[in-house]
Design a protein around this ligand. Structure first.
Ligand SMILES: [Zn+2]
Length: 86
């Protein structure tokens, strides 16, 4: 990883969206957790409520979710969004 002058690659900060939200028991209380796949959301997508792949998404809290780091077995990353951000 190079910091500094090594060419601005336009590193963008993606917001994370999910196919849906569902309340789940978590540490004794009900917490809204994403269901389905995670999608990357751009600035325009925030307004439109759509991921980069144009799927309608429910936005997740950027404090708790980062793209693409928070994907996993339970929340697979949308491969279209992944292709568009990598
Ligand atoms: Zn997507």
């Amino acid at each position: 990883m190079t910091l500094g002058s090594a060419g601005a690659s336009g590193q963008e900060q993606w917001t994370v969206g999910a196919d849906g939200i569902q309340p789940r028991p978590w540490s004794g209380e009900s917490v809204d957790m994403p269901t389905g796949r995670l999608h990357a959301v751009s600035g325009n997508g925030l307004v439109a409520g759509r991921g980069l792949c144009l799927a309608p998404v429910t936005l997740l809290d950027p404090i708790d979710w980062t793209w693409p780091d928070d994907g996993g077995p339970e929340w697979p990353l949308c491969w279209i969004c992944l292709a568009l951000t990598c």
